[in-house]
Design a protein around this ligand. Structure first.
Ligand SMILES: Nc1nc2c(ncn2[C@@H]2O[C@H](COP(=O)(O)OP(=O)(O)OP(=O)(O)O)[C@@H](O)[C@H]2O)c(=O)[nH]1
Ligand SMILES: [Mg+2]
Length: 440
């Protein structure tokens, strides 16, 4: 495929900056940068000097992985250069001049997937590994990555193939496996379906309980306009990331910031102030904020002397109320907020942050699941559709509607296939013939 390049490391000043390239015939394409150098020995680090018009540019370590034994299945070259961001930018631009375009996000992994180097499931475990907020989360994702057979969908696939093979055997060879009072085949098939349903439910509920594996402990600042949410956001993160102004309706989009603690990250989100607004963009921001309330681990409802109103609806998310602008006035006796703070004077902020970090610590120290987990919402969605078709297969089979049951099972098979890319017809027929010893 057309050659691509991307920095693997961030464009910041650091000792080493790494560039990754992938494509066909790669060494020949970049050879001009290393005049007179023979093709590097595969998988051995070679110290080289990229040179332009006789002028040495840098000294780099180059690693060459010729196709197909590489990350993407194409030729891959990694260049470890000195990590000055200008140096890395120059090399990137130079590669562009050589006809090597910048890769889109995830494009290396997509090529690995397309070339059979990375399964869909492994790609998702890899993503979970990279974005895990704690080390134990990282290890859990690594287990799925390095032992794909332990992935929940792989275990399901095995049982499902068994079921499908039994079903085909019954349909194709009824005289060999004829129903008899001693071996009520329909009951055996039903038992297999029910057991698969049990396993699917088990993994879906584990996924729900362990959603934290997919994000850091998240805290949303929400409240009426102008109550000082963005000012608190900036104070907590010691930044000026959020715009602050006396005009209500300043914040539109969700803003994110992170505080890093030894036990894990705290994700803080700032949102648009709640009010009815004719402004379409502001309305979109408010809708986004409302939706996010149900997705975070903790809601901080920020009220202030100008807008003391409480959360206007009930929410399942744990909520703490903040009275901001305490430098202007204290809350009236009718309101008893959890924290009285002032973004202006920093009053109460220390105690608020201590509470947040202790909640985050509890959150991260919840016992880890020992069972392997689904990696993504996509997998969970696929599994719940799979479960639905199993339920419909069960009901058809119970009323001896074999055709309907088979069509539900075939649908379930497509769902697992989509979810995992792991099932082929040969596998099913292998099982029919090897396990059932039909001898015909
Ligand atoms: N006196 C005082 N003023 C504050 C405090 N916190 C924020 N303000 C002021 O209140 C105004 C609104 O602050 P923002 O942080 O933009 O409020 P917001 O809730 O993010 O507003 P929207 O994004 O419009 O919903 C600004 O003029 C801030 O300077 C505070 O603790 N004390
Ligand atoms: Mg704001």
């Amino acid at each position: 495929m057309d050659p691509i390049v991307a920095p693997v490391t961030a464009l910041i000043a650091q000792p080493v900056g790494i560039l990754r390239l992938s494509g066909d015939n790669l060494w020949n394409r970049i050879h001009a940068l290393f005049p007179g150098t023979p093709s590097p020995v595969p998988r051995k680090a070679t110290l080289l000097s990229p040179t332009l018009h006789g002028q040495p540019l840098d000294s780099v370590l180059l690693l060459y992985f010729p196709a197909p034994h590489s990350l993407t299945g194409e030729d891959v070259i990694e260049i470890h250069a000195h990590g000055n961001p200008q140096n890395i930018r120059f090399l990137l631009q130079h590669f562009e001049r050589l006809g090597i375009r910048q890769a889109k996000p995830g494009e290396f992994s997509l090529r690995s997937y397309k070339n059979g180097k990375l399964s869909l499931l492994k790609a998702e475990s890899l993503h979970r590994m990279i974005s895990a907020p704690t080390y134990s989360d990282f290890l859990s994702a690594h287990t799925s990555f390095s032992q794909p057979e332990r992935h929940p969908l792989a275990a399901l696939k095995d049982q499902f193939l068994d079921l499908l093979a039994s079903f085909y055997a019954v349909l194709d060879y009824p005289e060999d496996l004829s129903d008899s009072p001693e071996t009520p085949l329909v009951d055996i098939l039903l038992e297999k379906i029910v057991s698969l349903q049990r396993l699917s439910r088990h993994h879906l509920s584990l996924f729900k309980k362990n959603r934290r594996f997919f994000s850091s402990f998240s805290v949303l600042l929400a409240g009426p306009p102008n109550s000082g949410k963005s000012s608190l956001f900036n104070r907590m993160l010691q930044s000026n990331k959020a715009l602050v102004s006396p005009l209500p309706g300043t914040t539109r989009d969700l803003l994110e910031g992170r505080l890093s603690f030894p036990f894990g990250d705290l994700l803080i989100l700032d949102s648009a102030g709640f009010r009815s607004s004719d402004d379409i963009i502001e309305g979109m921001g408010i809708a986004k904020a409302r939706k996010t309330i149900n997705q975070v681990d903790l809601l901080l409802w920020v009220a202030s002397p100008e807008s003391p109103e409480p959360l206007p609806f009930s929410s399942r998310t744990k909520t703490l109320t903040l009275w901001n602008k305490a430098d202007l006035s204290s809350p009236p006796p009718s309101i008893s907020p959890d924290f009285i703070v002032s973004a202006r004077t920093r009053k109460g902020l220390k105690s608020l942050l201590l509470t947040l970090s202790s909640l985050a610590e509890d959150f991260y120290s919840a016992p880890n699941a020992t069972d392997p987990l689904l990696d993504s919402e996509r997998q969970a969605l696929c599994l719940s559709s799979f479960l639905k078709t199993l339920i419909s297969a069960e009901s058809s089979l119970s009323s001896h509607a074999f055709d309907l049951a088979l069509s539900a099972l075939e649908q379930a098979r497509h769902l697992l296939e989509d979810g995992t890319g792991m099932i082929s017809s040969e596998e099913i027929y292998d099982r029919v013939f090897s396990r059932f010893c039909l001898g015909k």
